[in-house]
Design a protein around this ligand. Structure first.
Ligand code: KIV
Length: 273
C-alpha cells in the first residue's frame, strides 16, 4: 500500500468550509522540528515571511526572498503530516504582475509541496488573486496591517481605530473574498471592525491582533513561546523558552568548564570491555 494514502492533510477547501464553525487554529513554523509539534494541534501552519525577523534578525520582512521561503517551506512540509501548510509570498515576488505572481506560486508549490500561498494586500491585489485561483493556486489573503508595506505606512500601527478609517479596510477584505481567496488574515485591526468584517465575509477570517470574533487565530510561534525579545500587545506568551534556553546553555557551559560534561553516559567505551 502506498504510504501517501495514510497522510490526510487538511486542504484549502477544508479550511474554507470552517466559516462560522470551530475556530481555526494556526501558528507559524519555519523548521521541521517545530512543525512536527505544531502539526499535532493546529489546522494551518504558516511559513510566514516573519522568518526574516525570527530566523535572520532582520528589522522588517522586506529583504526576505523567494528562495528563503522555499527552503523553510520544504522543511515544514517534511516535519508535518496533517495541517494545511501555507507559504508566504515575500515582498517583490508577486506585486509587479499577475504573471510574476503565478510564476512565484508555481515555484513555491512545486518545490515545497505546500497546499496554499498567502499574499498581502486587498483591492490592489484582487485581480491577481482571481488570476491565481483560476489557475489552481489556493490563496489566503492578508489585510489590515500589512508589514511588507512598512516603507509606505511608516510604522507597525494598529489599523481602523477610528470609524472614519474603516471603509478601505472593509473594502480590502471584501475584495479578497470576492476574488476567490479561501481565507483572509486580518492583522492588528480594532476589535469592532474585525468583528464587523468577520460577520460580513463568506470566508473565514484568521485574526492576529484582531479579536476573538474572527473565525480563527494565528500567532508567530516564537512570540507565543517567549523566545522573541519584543512582542506586540496582541501576543499572549504561552511559554518562557527564552529563559529556559538560557539556563540550559549556562549549565552546559559550566559543565564543560568543570569537565563534568561529557560524563560516563556520554562516551563510547571499547568493544568487549
Ligand atoms: O509572516 C507572518 O508570520 C505572518 C503572520 C503574522 C500572519 O504573516
Amino acid at each position: 500500500m502506498s504510504t501517501q494514502a495514510e497522510v490526510k492533510r487538511l486542504t484549502a477547501p477544508d479550511i474554507r468550509a470552517r466559516k462560522g464553525g470551530t475556530p481555526i487554529v494556526a501558528l507559524t513554523s519555519y523548521h521541521a522540528h517545530t512543525a512536527r509539534i505544531v502539526d499535532q494541534h493546529c489546522d494551518v501552519i504558516l511559513v510566514g515571511d516573519s522568518l526574516g525577523m525570527v530566523m535572520h534578525g532582520l528589522e522588517t520582512t522586506v529583504p526576505v526572498t523567494l528562495d528563503m521561503m522555499i527552503l523553510q517551506g520544504l522543511a515544514v512540509m517534511r516535519g508535518s503530516r496533517h495541517a494545511l501548510v501555507v507559504v508566504d509570498l515575500p515582498f517583490g515576488s508577486y506585486e509587479a504582475s499577475r504573471e510574476q505572481a503565478f510564476a512565484s506560486c508555481a515555484r513555491v508549490m512545486k518545490e515545497t509541496g505546500c497546499g496554499a500561498v498567502k499574499l498581502e494586500g486587498g483591492c490592489r491585489m484582487a485581480e491577481t488573486i482571481a488570476f491565481l485561483v483560476e489557475r489552481g493556486v489556493p490563496v489566503m489573503g492578508h489585510v489590515g496591517l500589512t508589514p511588507q508595506a512598512i516603507n509606505t505606512i511608516g510604522s507597525f500601527r494598529a489599523q481602523g481605530r477610528e470609524e472614519k478609517d474603516w471603509g478601505p479596510i472593509e473594502e480590502d477584505a471584501r475584495a479578497v473574498a470576492e476574488a476567490g481567496a479561501f481565507a483572509v488574515v486580518i492583522e492588528a485591526v480594532a476589535e469592532p471592525l474585525a468583528a464587523r468584517i468577520s460577520g460580513q465575509l463568506p470566508i473565514p477570517t484568521i485574526g492576529i491582533g484582531a479579536s476573538a470574533a474572527c473565525d480563527g487565530q494565528i500567532l508567530v510561534l516564537e512570540d507565543m513561546l517567549g523566545l522573541s525579545p519584543r512582542v506586540p500587545k496582541f501576543v499572549r506568551r504561552y511559554g518562557q523558552l527564552g529563559p529556559s534556553i538560557e539556563a540550559a546553555v549556562e549549565a552546559y557551559a559550566a559543565d564543560v568548564r568543570a569537565r563534568a560534561f561529557p560524563g560516563p553516559d556520554n562516551v563510547y567505551g571499547m568493544k568487549g570491555k
